[in-house]
Design a protein around this ligand. Structure first.
Ligand code: SAM
Length: 213
């Protein structure tokens, strides 16, 4: 076995052992090279199951959390997905393998620009990256079939709930920043919203307004 293949097998094994079992999600994570999204000092840790620092004081999420969130989102091939918190672009890239179209938004212009460069290099043509405050969603593209938030808010932001279509699913961490938060899945029904707790997680906070960089 080549070193690359062995590394991929180890990566997939770690995902499975943390509960990522959905075949489409595993195939997407096999195709999208996390190494393309981690730069500099930490590049050699790209295949470890840990969050890593990226520019602007932010983080690329732990691969098993990316897998578990993608799995909980139950994305279908015809779905239009919104991700709040582009960061490195890795989660959006994984989702782009599962969905028809992905919109991803981050408050740092620099992160959006760098993620776009990687999307271009990997020829991921169904992702649109936008700079903005994602707490307000992306009203001009709503409604969304699926919404994923990769930064923690105390409660699900109202505009995101409003931009989820009936039957749609949103997955997001809720809770105080700096504390253990809870990953939840919200399903929009004809009459309101169903809330389901998934697991404890730790994410950087959802912050209002645009970043400096
Ligand atoms: N999904 C990312 C990835 O795959 O690398 C990891 C996201 S990182 C944990 C959280 C991101 O949320 C940061 O890049 C941060 O700038 C962004 N963020 C925080 N508050 C935001 C807001 N109000 N609107 C948009 N992005 C926000």
């Amino acid at each position: 076995m080549t070193d690359d293949r062995e590394r991929t097998m180890r990566f997939l094994y770690a995902l499975r052992s943390k509960g990522v079992t959905d075949a489409r999600v595993l195939a997407a994570m096999e195709r999208i090279d996390r190494g393309a999204f981690v730069k500099g000092l930490f590049a050699e840790r790209a295949y470890d199951d840990m969050p890593l620092p990226i520019a602007c004081g932010q983080t690329i999420s732990q691969p098993s959390v990316v897998g578990l969130m993608s799995q909980a989102l139950e994305v279908g091939p015809r779905d239009k997905v919104l991700e709040v918190g582009t960061g490195s672009g890795y989660q959006a890239a994984v989702l782009s393998e599962l969905a028809r179209r992905v919109y991803t938004i981050d408050r740092y212009r620099r992160l959006v620009r760098e993620a776009e460069e990687v999307f271009r290099a990997l020829d991921l043509t169904n992702i649109t990256a936008v700079t903005g405050d994602g707490s307000f969603g992306l009203p001009e593209q709503a409604p969304f079939d699926r919404i994923i938030v990769t930064a923690a808010a105390e409660d699900p932001p109202g505009p995101l709930l409003a931009q989820l279509r009936v039957g749609g699913i949103m997955v997001l961490p809720v809770g105080q920043s700096g504390a253990v938060q809870t990953l939840i899945r919200v399903t929009r029904t004809e009459n309101g919203f169903d809330y389901h707790e998934l697991r404890p997680v730790r994410f950087v906070p959802l912050v209002g307004g645009l970043g400096q960089e």
